[in-house]
Design a protein around this ligand. Structure first.
Ligand code: NOJ
Ligand code: CA
Length: 566
């Protein structure tokens, strides 16, 4: 039986919005919810009909709000709980959706649950976090590595099989606690997949403590969905049950959550940070991001070079496919993507986002034209596009900033939105030193106002792409995806998107060389360009020649495609 799915998801285009650097309306230097409401019409003008809002809950902001101290209330720096409800209503009035960020795996050490859990005297919260039974216990030895012979473990797999991060000496309780990410983010206790009998503090998933945490998460979800929220992006969704190297128990947990959504909130979306769509969607998520944490995804396409992704584990010889040097390879991504697509078809969606708050911005090291080719790719893939705020004007990654709120190398992707040429690029009226992060130091920064009236701007290119996607079901989440030119270490990359007799050809040449190739396409009478392009398609009797200038993209409707002979 087909599971219910939110009806709006297949035509969704999301805007990832980082609230603290979006728009400050009260002059304190920090973006806020009234600022988001004020810009909803702008977001809608981009063709985005859904927003993923990064965490806006009460937090000491050690990890920019991913260290929650109260899940039920908006942090005062963003406004009030009423502002959040007003945002839901304002979005709905415009036919838009708002999804929140659910940090299900951990809290801040400042959370009252953790404070109670750290007490020596047993109480309701003693088992809500994972504490060893003695302060002297050393970190557990590593678990066996996941066995996929010949395949390097993904970051997610490595995290699931790494030794637990134990923080010792925190308070009066005799024990160390397990941290999920930074030391001040203690893991909530969802239990252990295979509790070690020699370590009785490793509780089974079915234990009342972990079960109470699960119930509380549902309560939080219910609270916001009842207020009008349209779904959640779940932070580190893969991380909940510990010692779960094959993710079996974690997947069962999300299945239970999905059943809860299906029963009570069938129009609300569950979105995962997992980077393994097959697992995440089988676990019940409606959508998963294919990003830097998983198998060939975002990194292999955009940040493969070691100097670009800064990962010590990077392959020293790797090259991004979307790079004008033209030495990349589409196959590692594509082979993985096609397999994932096949196994999730009809069950959920895959998203390759334009970027996010954790990775170096797309624009960094790329010209405007290169960004346009990348955008043509993001907006014509099946699944759901996600535009990270600022990428629509090609905001650059700012190098050399001192870390703010635990951002470290991520700081440069979180600088304030550049609206116009007024003070602080229109982000805030606060004095410079009070801004959340410095606005760009570029002499002539890209701004929304500067690109708004320019038909050749990236901003307007994205508007055109979004309008095309919104008016063309074949381009949306469920249309078929068929590569027609995708050779190893070769350019261009071309594919068909089709649905109900409508067929579109997408051709991408991210390389700095002009190319001409022969394509094997189904018979058609005309190829209509849907966006202005210098790419040409010429037909001789039974051959199709595709000519592409350096760094170019073309999007065509193939008219009168012959039905395949049965
Ligand atoms: C993933 C989030 O995207 C990132 O910003 C955060 O620091 C970690 N999860 C920890 O919550
Ligand atoms: Ca503010």
């Amino acid at each position: 039986m087909k599971r219910p799915t939110p009806s709006w998801l297949s035509s969704a285009i999301f805007y990832e919005l980082y609230p603290q650097s979006f728009l400050d309306t009260n002059g304190d230097g920090i973006g806020d919810l009234p600022g988001v409401i004020q810009k909803l019409d702008y977001i809608k003008s981009l063709g985005c009909n859904a927003v993923w809002l990064n965490p806006c809950f009460v937090s000491p902001m050690g990890d920019a709000g991913y260290d929650v101290a109260d899940f039920y209330h908006v942090d005062p720096r963003y406004g009030t709980d009423a502002d959040l409800v007003a945002l839901f209503a304002a979005a709905h009035a415009r036919g838009m959706k708002v999804c929140l960020d659910l940090v299900a795996g951990h809290t801040s050490t400042a959370h009252p649950w953790f404070q109670a859990s750290a007490k020596a005297k047993r109480n309701k919260y003693s088992d809500w976090y994972i504490w060893t039974s003695s302060a002297w216990e050393r970190p557990a030895p590593p678990l066996p590595a996941p066995a996929i012979p010949g395949t390097p473990a993904t970051i997610v797999q490595a995290m699931a099989s790494a030794p637990l991060q134990l923080v010792r000496g925190y308070g009066e309780r005799d024990g160390g606690y397990v941290a999920n990410y930074f030391y001040f983010q203690p893991a909530l206790n969802y239990g252990f997949a295979h509790p070690d009998p020699d370590r009785p503090w490793q509780l089974p998933v079915s234990h009342p403590g972990p079960q109470a945490v699960r119930r509380e998460m549902k309560k939080i979800i219910r609270h916001f969905l009842d207020l009008g929220c349209d779904g959640f992006r779940v932070d580190m969704a893969f991380s909940l049950v510990k010692g779960d190297t094959d993710f079996r128990e974690t997947m069962l947990l999300w299945r239970e959550m999905r059943a809860f959504f299906d029963r009570h909130y069938p129009e609300c979306a569950l979105i995962s940070e997992w980077s393994d769509p097959e697992k995440a969607i089988t676990a019940g998520f409606h959508m998963d991001f294919l990003i830097h944490l998983g198998h060939p995804g975002y990194t292999s396409l955009f940040r493969a070079e070691p100097h670009r992704n800064r990962s010590p584990a990077a392959d020293r010889t790797a090259a991004s496919y979307f790079d004008r040097r033209g030495t990349g390879d589409i196959r590692p991504f594509l082979d993985h993507y096609l397999a994932q697509l096949a196994s999730t078809r009809g069950l959920g969606h895959i998203s390759v986002p334009t970027g996010n708050h954790d990775i170096i911005r797309l624009a960094h090291g790329r010209t405007r034209d290169e960004q346009k080719v990348a955008m043509a790719f993001f907006y014509t893939l099946p699944g759901i596009p996600y535009l990270y705020n600022g990428d629509e004007i090609g905001m650059d990654y700012a190098r050399g900033l001192v870390s703010v709120e635990g951002a470290y190398t991520r700081t440069g992707s979180r600088t304030p939105m550049q609206w116009d040429s007024s003070a602080n690029a229109g982000f805030s009226t606060a004095p410079k030193e009070k801004l959340y992060l410095p606005v760009t130091s570029k002499q002539k920064p890209d701004t929304v106002a500067g690109q708004d009236g320019d038909p050749a701007s990236l901003l307007n290119f994205l508007r055109a792409l979004a309008a095309l996607r919104q008016s063309t079901p074949a381009l949306q989440a469920d249309g078929d995806f068929t590569p027609v030119y995708a050779k190893a270490k070769t350019y261009p990359f071309a594919y068909l998107r089709s649905l109900d007799g409508d067929t579109l050809l997408v051709a991408l040449n991210p390389s700095g060389k002009s190319i001409a190739v022969t394509l094997d396409l189904p018979a058609f009478t005309a190829a209509q360009p849907l966006l202005p392009t210098a790419v040409t398609i010429a037909r001789t009797r039974n051959r199709v020649r595709l000519k592409m200038p350096a760094v170019s993209s073309g999007l065509f409707r193939l008219v009168h495609v012959a039905a395949p002979t049965p």
